[in-house]
Ligand binder design. Structure first.
Ligand SMILES: Nc1ncnc2c1ncn2[C@@H]1O[C@H](COP(=O)(O)OP(=O)(O)OP(=O)(O)O)[C@@H](O)[C@H]1O
Ligand SMILES: [Mg+2]
Length: 447
């Protein structure tokens, strides 16, 4: 190991190292403290030709000014390979559920190796992955290899829905599932582990946790660590992967914390100037390619229920579809609390979902749109003043809203209501028959 210099200054998790060697270590190299090898510093840049700016990955308080630093001469190495399936790891790729040395003979890959953006996924591959959840399969069908978001404010059901999707599709043949906990409750990660174990889904799942109890450095790299691990299976094992993140907003937030430690001037909404590139980089690491598909489901926290928050807007733009959960819907007792009009998918095209499904979405959206305006009119003049046609449409919309409610398997122990799985075919049939039994409404359909 090579001594490369010593610590010049410390600001939170940011450590500046004065390098005294001619050959400067490369960015992303992991440095160690001479006397405490467990302290890991990752070079994130050079603030001056001799000053390596580092992230204190271990968050350890053992760092001190003047400490002698040596280079590991490599980046952050994490174990991969079939033996990691069924286990839980931290942001640095150390196993949590079993002793880390269980994986000492595994293949190791470097988290930070620069990756070239992958070639775009075969666009003619439109395999639909059924979730059994009516509202999702109808409004935001999962298409293999694409990115889907579940967005909503605090406590409106993002985690419940994410877990239900894992429950319903995790056991489909040949899938490898990843779950990444970023900045959420520690307890939730443990509960998920137990649920997966009980449901025998753990044997096809890998979990990475960088939860809210961890420092910002660990919360910011758990996403890239898990993505690197998944890419190993995509590229070396030609696997298709389902990749769940709860919560991607916390990735942005962790990077924001680090940015203010470096003293960067915040940009719009108080976020870091590099928010767009931070996000884009992680999203690119989760792209599908000809080796395999990575289908991601990412929950997105909305601060103050504000859909126009710059981070939420930025994240939404990187996704192919967003399921919007709303507080108003949640408070009206409708579960899952999906805002049917805000929920949107660029994957609803005739080519992907077929003409019948496409037309039904148009009809449903039209009725729901009308319902929104009728609600305002009814509040002023009362329902009896509506024409028969409007009244029929109003009731049809109510029936549709009720139809899209559904009990979840993962909450059946909580509320006693048995979980329900509806196939895509039955779902479309039921929606068609509801629409046809209403006013017929050919004229409201979007042709
Ligand atoms: N579809 C649902 N069926 C039954 N109960 C639900 C459902 N969605 C949410 N809940 C109830 O609401 C609670 C909060 O849901 P959840 O933890 O999923 O919210 P969240 O959006 O992930 O919140 P946070 O922003 O705090 O992470 C759950 O513990 C559960 O009691
Ligand atoms: Mg949650």
């Amino acid at each position: 190991m090579l001594v490369i210099g010593n610590i010049k200054s410390i600001n939170g998790l940011i450590v500046d190292v004065l390098t005294t060697v001619v050959d400067k270590p490369l960015i992303n190299t992991v440095l160690y403290l001479d006397e405490f090898p467990e302290v890991m510093l990752q070079i994130i840049g050079y603030s001056d030709k001799n000053i390596a700016r580092c992230l204190n990955l271990s968050g350890s308080s053992k760092v001190y000014k003047g400490a002698k630093i040596f280079s590991s001469e490599k980046g952050l190495s994490i174990p991969v390979g079939d033996e990691i399936i069924g286990h839980v790891f931290d942001s640095l790729g150390r196993s949590i559920d079993v002793r880390p040395d269980e994986f000492k003979n595994s293949t190791f890959v470097d988290v930070f190796t620069e990756i070239k953006p992958d070639r775009k996924y075969r666009t003619n591959n439109n395999d639909i992955v059924e979730t059994g959840i009516k509202v999702i399969d109808f409004l935001t069908p999962f298409v293999k290899g694409r990115k889907i978001g579940i967005i909503g404010g605090a406590g409106v059901g993002k985690t419940v829905l994410t877990t239900e999707i894992m429950h319903n599709i995790g056991n489909k043949k040949d899938n490898l599932t990843y779950f990444v906990g970023i900045g959420e409750r520690m307890r939730e990660g443990h509960e998920l582990f137990n649920t997966l174990k009980e449901e025998k889904l753990l044997e096809s799942t890998v979990m990475y946790l960088g939860q809210m109890n961890e420092n910002a450095a660990l919360r910011s790299i758990v996403g890239p660590t898990a993505a690197r691990s998944a890419r190993y299976f995509r590229d070396k094992k030609k696997k298709d992967i389902l990749f769940f993140i709860d919560n991607i907003y916390r990735h942005v937030q962790a990077n924001n914390e680090l940015s203010s430690m470096i003293g960067e001037m915040p940009a719009e909404g108080g976020y870091q100037p590099s928010m767009y590139s931070d996000l884009k980089k992680l999203m690119e690491q989760l792209d599908s390619n000809d080796n395999g598909a990575i289908t991601t489901v990412q929950s997105v926290f909305i601060p103050s229920d504000d859909l126009s928050d710059p981070a939420v807007v930025e994240i939404s733009q990187q996704l192919d579809a967003v399921i919007v959960l709303s507080r108003a819907v949640f408070e009206s007792g409708v579960l899952p609390a999906v805002d049917l009009l805000q929920t949107n998918s660029s994957l609803i095209t005739e080519e992907i979902v077929g003409k019948e499904h496409y037309d039904l979405v148009g009809r449903v959206k039209a009725i729901l749109q009308k319902y929104e305006s009728l609600k305002g009119i009814i509040a002023v003049i009362g329902e009896s003043e509506l024409s028969q046609r409007d009244r029929d449409d109003y009731h049809l919309a109510q029936k549709l809203i009720k139809y899209f409610t559904q009990s979840m398997f993962v909450t059946q122990d909580l509320n006693g209501a048995p979980g329900e799985y509806v196939s895509r075919e039955d779902n479309l049939k039921a929606i068609k028959s509801l629409l046809d039994s209403g006013t017929g409404n050919e004229s409201t359909s979007q042709q």
